[in-house]
Design a protein around this ligand. Structure first.
Ligand code: XIL
Length: 345
């Protein structure tokens, strides 16, 4: 009996210790003013992509999100493959946790993303035209109604274009034709009339074939009455820097009466980076902030992750990484101070 009791106590202690270790220690506070406060003072909502599993398991990661950012974007948890892995079966749990955590921290949430060729469950690709149209309608309605009042902004259509300015041959384009874009916006407005609706694009920051096409697409959709509120520029950069014409490009979209958000900023480096490269990276980050500050309609700047330990760049681009503001140990890199300075400037 006594042995049993000792064993039980031992087990409780071990499990407890493992839980605490799993949670990690508290975050080392970062120097200077939190990014969210600096952004708020300038009228810019500063956000980050978050990963639900890390947020749940890693205390320092969770604390830094709450302390530093005014808005969050679930990095993957609101993508179709995680929200609707089988047709008609919606799994909101992970995304719900991110949303709750954000609201508890006084943050807003950007929903990402409703109609996107990437990270689709296999079943979507097997649908015919009528079925896919029904599935798109059901997905947008179900997801946006679920989050109505809690998620105020949505990337309704993500990465619809190719670099050469053509429409990307996604299952949506192939089955539904080019009208799917306008249709998705109409469905989104119906599902949650209060949400801001964005079209989000990668590689359309400079004035180039893609951004020219995006401009014509959005202008034409708007003139046909499609409810588009804003344009998101992902701003995935590297040491090539901020493309010339970024500010002018944002301004022509602004002139269409649209809001602008920089939605996924990061600056990939060759790994391991040199001191000079970290310095150059900090300047690219500063220019991203300055570019947003230069455009009245740009009121939102989200980083695509905030620690090099949890970033898609090393996970998807061999030889590249170190793309975020903090290193793998959550210590500030030169880029962190550069962003603080640029936000204070
Ligand atoms: C990326 C995530 O960061 C990765 O974790 C995932 O494996 C693939 O997708 N453009 C987008 C984002 O709109 O959804 C992508 O996110 C990065 C590029």
């Amino acid at each position: 009996m006594r042995r049993l009791a000792v064993g039980a106590v031992f087990a409780v202690v071990v499990i407890g210790a493992l839980l605490v270790i799993g949670q990690g220690g508290p975050a080392e506070p970062l120097p200077g003013q939190p990014l969210r406060a600096l952004g708020n003072a300038k009228g810019i909502v500063v956000g980050t992509a978050v990963r639900e599993d890390q947020q749940r398991k890693n205390r320092a990661y969770r604390e830094l999100i709450a302390a530093q950012f005014q808005s969050v974007t679930p990095e993957n948890e609101m993508k179709w493959y995680l929200l609707q892995p089988e047709q008609g079966r919606f799994t909101f749990e992970a995304a719900d946790r991110v949303v709750k955590e954000a609201l508890d921290a006084g943050q807003t949430v950007r929903g990402h993303s409703l109609v996107f060729h990437g990270q689709l469950p296999l079943w979507v690709g097997k649908l015919g035209r009528r079925e896919l149209e029904g599935a798109m309608r059901a997905h947008i309605a179900e997801v946006m109604r679920h989050y109505a009042g809690r998620v105020g902004v949505w990337d309704v259509v993500n990465e619809a274009l190719l670099d050469d300015g053509g429409l990307r041959p996604s299952p949506f384009l192939k089955r539904l034709g080019s009208g799917y874009i306008g249709e998705a916006f109409g469905l989104a407005r119906k599902a949650d009339p209060k949400a801001k609706l964005y079209i989000n694009e990668i590689g359309a920051e400079g004035i180039n074939a893609k951004s020219n096409r995006l401009y014509r697409l959005v202008r034409d959709l708007k003139s046909q009455g499609a409810p588009i509120d804003g344009v998101g520029f992902q701003t995935h950069f590297n040491l090539g820097g901020v493309p010339d014409g970024f500010v002018d490009n944002m301004r022509r979209f602004e002139a269409l009466g649209l809001e602008i958000a920089l939605t996924e900023a990061d600056v990939g480096l060759p790994v391991p980076p040199t001191t000079e490269q970290l310095e150059a990276q900090s300047q690219v980050y500063a220019r991203i902030v300055e570019s947003c500050l230069a455009v009245k309609a740009c009121k939102s700047l989200t980083f695509w992750g905030f620690t090099d330990g949890r970033s898609w760049i090393p996970e998807t681009q061999p030889g590249m990484g170190a793309a975020t503001l903090l290193d793998e140990q959550l210590r500030p890199k030169p880029a962190f101070a550069a962003v603080q300075r640029a936000l204070s400037g």
